[in-house]
Design a protein around this ligand. Structure first.
Ligand SMILES: Cc1cc2nc3c(=O)[nH]c(=O)nc-3n(C[C@H](O)[C@H](O)[C@H](O)COP(=O)(O)OP(=O)(O)OC[C@H]3O[C@@H](n4cnc5c(N)ncnc54)[C@H](O)[C@@H]3O)c2cc1C
Length: 400
């Protein structure tokens, strides 16, 4: 067994942990950072992410050319929200807020590659794949990590500070015995890229059905990313349908507003649940991204929230890290956690309410949400906080 040391260890090199490593390495070249990821190089995340305006700005700040991550047709210029069998529908338009787009759509895999490429130029960052955290032991002035590597060996790494970015089933969170609130929506997201018989012209769609929401995001002129949330009890049978039968069932559920579905590829599925860790920090440790909060994808907010974790954590470490005093003080972590609470509560609350309100067939709620969508259509100013949320702003009622 070999023993090593580092200043900051980041467990999990997905789109959140990878970005944290890149931003930290650039902000503080004097700090040694080690990123550990259990997966093998080249594994592809099939998800497509709608990136909010503020997320794009964060990526650009570390040299990621966001306009190269996707085609020019992958911009969300308009959003159409509607309910199947309901009278209400509403639209949001980027131009109304004097911006080019409400968000940009990218494949998680392409984004991951761009982050890894940008990180390759940071000499203070060691990015280690096929290195899985197995055990974490807190010491008075740091943390000891026991790792299992791809060549079947066990190594030790000691860090002054550990960031857990290891996703919804976080081993860091589990080892720290941080409790979590978890709610199973009993829905599964079926994702795919679908081909349409006409161009989307910058529209994204969110359609609420009695079984769960369906979202379509623009990726190519006639191609859209699908997130189709179905009851988990139906997911396996829908996934086993042939492509033609899958498209026929989707067409029936979504309708023809976006056109006719004529092709499908890259089908995958994700069970959906809400998870909120009760603490975002512990002695010499912090949790970010899905390790701290895993949300329903209904509003496309999970990654955007994770990026704001990264931005705030990096700002705190940049100003509070003193190598001669052992790194960070616990009060710095407490201040970081207090700063993040409002954002977690707001986004988790918004996302969870949308799922529950639109999944409920109780008459007063059906009538109320139809009235809400109608009001949004008649009074566009009501869409302002919604649009700011889609763009990733923390203050929904602030100046544009
Ligand atoms: C269907 C769907 C659609 C979505 N759409 C959107 C959207 O449009 N917009 C948006 O903002 N968000 C969206 N999200 C949410 C978004 O995908 C997540 O918030 C984001 O991917 C979380 O990234 P992460 O890096 O925190 O976690 P993960 O992507 O889960 O990465 C965790 C990493 O940790 C590694 N790891 C795990 N355990 C260990 C271990 N023990 N040791 C070492 N490494 C480990 C894994 O290999 C992995 O690389 C969507 C989610 C779903 C399910």
């Amino acid at each position: 067994m070999t023993a090593n040391t580092t200043d900051i260890a980041i467990v999990g090199g997905g789109v959140v942990g990878g970005l944290a490593a890149l931003m930290l390495a650039k902000a503080r070249p004097d700090i040694a950072i080690t990123l550990l990821d259990g997966s093998a190089p080249g594994q592809q995340d099939p998800r497509t992410l709608a990136l909010a305006h503020t997320t794009l700005l964060s990526l650009q700040s570390v040299g990621i050319a966001t306009d190269k991550l996707a085609t020019a047709q992958a911009k969300i210029e308009h959003i159409h929200v509607s309910e199947r069998r309901g009278a209400g529908s509403a639209t949001l338009h980027a131009k109304r807020y004097q911006i080019d787009a409400l968000g940009q759509v990218v494949s998680a895999h392409t984004l991951q590659q761009a982050i890894e490429q940008a990180a390759a130029g940071c000499s203070n960052l060691s990015w280690q794949m096929q290195t899985r955290l197995e055990q974490l032991t807190q010491q008075p002035a740091g943390v000891d990590l026991t790792l299992h590597t791809g060549d079947d060996t066990t190594t030790q790494l000691s860090a002054k500070f550990v960031i857990g970015a290891d996703g919804g089933r976080s081993v860091v969170r589990e080892q720290l015995k941080i409790a979590r609130q978890q709610y199973d929506y009993q829905q599964t997201a079926l994702i795919a890229n679908v081909q349409l018989d006409r161009e989307h012209q910058g529209w994204a769609y969110e359609r609420f059905t009695e079984h769960g929401p369906i979202a379509l995001l623009p990726i190519q002129a006639q191609q859209m990313a699908l997130v189709w949330c179905v009851p988990s009890s139906d997911a396996a049978s829908i996934q086993s349908l042939s492509d033609n039968d899958f498209l026929a069932q989707l067409q029936q559920a979504f309708g023809f507003r976006a056109g006719r579905f004529i092709g499908v590829e890259k089908r995958a599925s994700y069970p959906l649940y809400l998870l909120l860790a009760e603490r975002a920090i512990h002695h010499c440790c912090a949790l970010i991204g899905n390790a701290c909060h895993t949300l329903h994808p209904i509003a496309g907010q999970g990654y955007n929230l994770g990026v704001r974790d990264v931005v705030d954590l990096v700002a705190m470490v940049t100003s509070a890290w003193h190598s001669d005093q052992g790194g960070l003080q616990h009060r710095d972590l407490l201040a970081y956690e207090a700063q993040r609470q409002q954002d977690y509560q707001r986004i988790a609350g918004l996302t969870d309410s949308l799922v529950r309100i639109f999944s409920n067939q109780h008459f007063p709620l059906v009538a109320g949400r139809n009235l809400g969508l109608l009001a949004l259509r008649k009074q566009p100013a009501l869409g302002y906080p919604l649009a700011r949320s889609a763009m990733g702003f923390r203050n929904l009622f602030g100046a544009a």
